[in-house]
Design a protein around this ligand. Structure first.
Ligand code: GDP
Length: 448
């Protein structure tokens, strides 16, 4: 996500931060580069222009240039402006209505609507969304155009263990919606998810059908699913839908393949609709609540410690989590912990997925990928294996001579040992940040 934009901005800000003093001309020069970077990321022109104007005005005023760390301050201003551009606060699903709360999913064919319907249903039914209560969820497909669309949803339902409305051949969308509502009421479902029919492009028949369904179902949420890879087209589609049906939010799919991020960055400003979720892969777990603050942090290479911990918490054992929390509370993190983390990383989808979330790891991510991706994890494990017990507990003991021994013992090079030590250092800093935020428990509490 956002890799190319992140790289471009990283370069601009490294140069800014590298200087002791900044002049107005330096800031204006940097902002010209930011503008180009945003346009290359396929951000809508008025949005990019407005962003740069606001940041320039703030950076040149407010005594920023006379401060001790002008570069840092400018980056902070850019960060805050990015958060505002992405939509400020996280927008959760609002399902606090008399049950069943209806969530209507709309969008073009192939946007990932059916997949996203099942992903959200899974999160609701396992209690990882909407106040973290487990919801009793029913899904129904109203797609009578695409052959086997209803069966596709039923198959996904089985996979994520969420009920789907039995299929009755020949029924029209409005009739299916009525039947689904009735079933949901009678059988005490908390949430009814309606997967509506897609089309190849926006047309009036589709809009009329959606309006008819919305009239009957009175949805608490109408979520538009759009493919982020289509860039500004995604924003245009959202605008079109939004003119016709009262959308409550947008889900951007295929963010996993979107290095530019133009749709995510322009969506809120252009359509006024919040992005509620990001789809990040084909698997049923590949869905993230969209947190503007965290996303801005990732774009600027500041890392996303909160998502990292959440991800970790999902895939590690409770005892592990508690042991880790205790360590974190003390701000301790030695090579044994790193080794445990490496094993977990392999379980959590490898380095690539994680490095982007770690503070200061954005650059290392590229290097690691070049160095052979997850093979690196195995090498790292071997290097830690070649350390003495003392060295593992106190990595600062590892001097040049010891590095040579460790490299020999693990069949690696001193450069690789250095990289490992640097990584340990970065993680240790991240742990200290977590400690400052009140430890794992504090963070979890913050996440609600
Ligand atoms: P629909 O026609 O809008 O219902 O689209 P589908 O839900 O059938 O999805 C079309 C294809 O996109 C499927 O192969 C999905 O696995 C894939 N897909 C959906 N969401 C994502 C995502 O976030 N990332 C990736 N990589 N693929 C996705």
């Amino acid at each position: 996500m956002f890799e190319s934009l992140s790289d471009r901005l990283g370069g601009v800000f490294d140069r800014l931060r590298g200087r002791g003093a900044l002049t107005e001309a330096d800031v204006r020069g940097a902002m010209r580069e930011v503008r180009v970077a945003l346009l290359e990321a396929d951000v809508a022109l008025p949005v990019a222009r407005d962003f740069v104007d606001k940041v320039t005005e703030q950076a040149i005023g407010h005594n920023v240039l006379r401060s001790v760390t002008p570069g840092q301050q400018v980056v902070k201003i850019v960060h805050d402006a990015l958060v505002a551009m992405l939509g400020a606060d996280e927008s959760a699903l609002l399902l606090d209505v008399t049950p069943p709360a209806v969530v209507m999913m709309v969008g073009l064919q192939g946007s990932g609507k059916t997949t996203t319907t099942a992903k959200i249903a899974k999160r609701l039914s396992t209690g990882s969304l909407a106040g973290r209560e487990r919801k009793k969820v029913l899904m129904a497909s109203l797609d009578v155009n695409r052959p086997a669309a209803q069966e596709q949803l039923a198959t996904l339902g089985t996979q994520v263990e969420v009920a789907t409305l039995p299929i009755v051949a020949g029924q029209q969308p409005v009739e299916i919606a009525r039947r689904a509502l009735q079933a949901a009421k009678l059988q005490g479902y908390d949430v009814l998810m309606l997967d509506t029919a897609g089309r190849l492009h926006v047309d009036q028949a589709l809009m009329d059908e959606m309006k008819a369904v919305a009239d009957i179902a009175r949805p608490a949420e109408i979520l538009l699913v759009v493919d982020s890879l289509t860039g500004q087209d995604a924003v245009n589609v959202a605008q079109n839908f939004s003119d016709q049906v009262p959308l409550t939010g947008v889900v951007l799919t295929r963010m996993d393949g979107d290095a530019r991020g133009g749709a995510a960055l322009s969506m809120r400003s252009v359509t006024g609709k919040p992005i509620k979720f990001a789809g990040t892969g084909e698997k049923m777990d590949a869905l993230e609540a969209f947190h503007p603050e965290r996303v801005a942090g990732r774009i600027l290479g500041m890392g996303d410690v909160v998502s990292l911990v959440e991800r970790a918490a999902e895939s590690i054992q409770v005892e592990d989590a508690e042991r880790m929390a205790a360590k974190m509370a003390k701000g301790q993190f030695d090579m044994n912990d790193l080794r445990g983390q490496l094993a977990q990383m392999r379980r959590m989808g490898g380095l690539g997925a994680l490095a982007g979330m770690m503070p200061g790891m954005k650059k290392a991510q590229g290097a690691l990928a070049q160095a052979g991706g997850d093979k690196v994890l195995i090498h790292m494990d071997a290097m830690i294996g070649s350390m003495t017990v003392k060295e593992r507990g106190k990595p600062e003991l590892i001097n040049a001579k010891r590095k040579i021994r460790i490299a020999k013992g693990s069949g690696t090079t001193v450069q690789e040992v250095n990289k490992l030590l640097k990584m340990h250092q970065e993680m240790s800093t991240a742990m200290k940040k977590i400690k400052k935020m009140g430890g794992l428990k504090g963070m979890m509490a913050m996440l609600g």
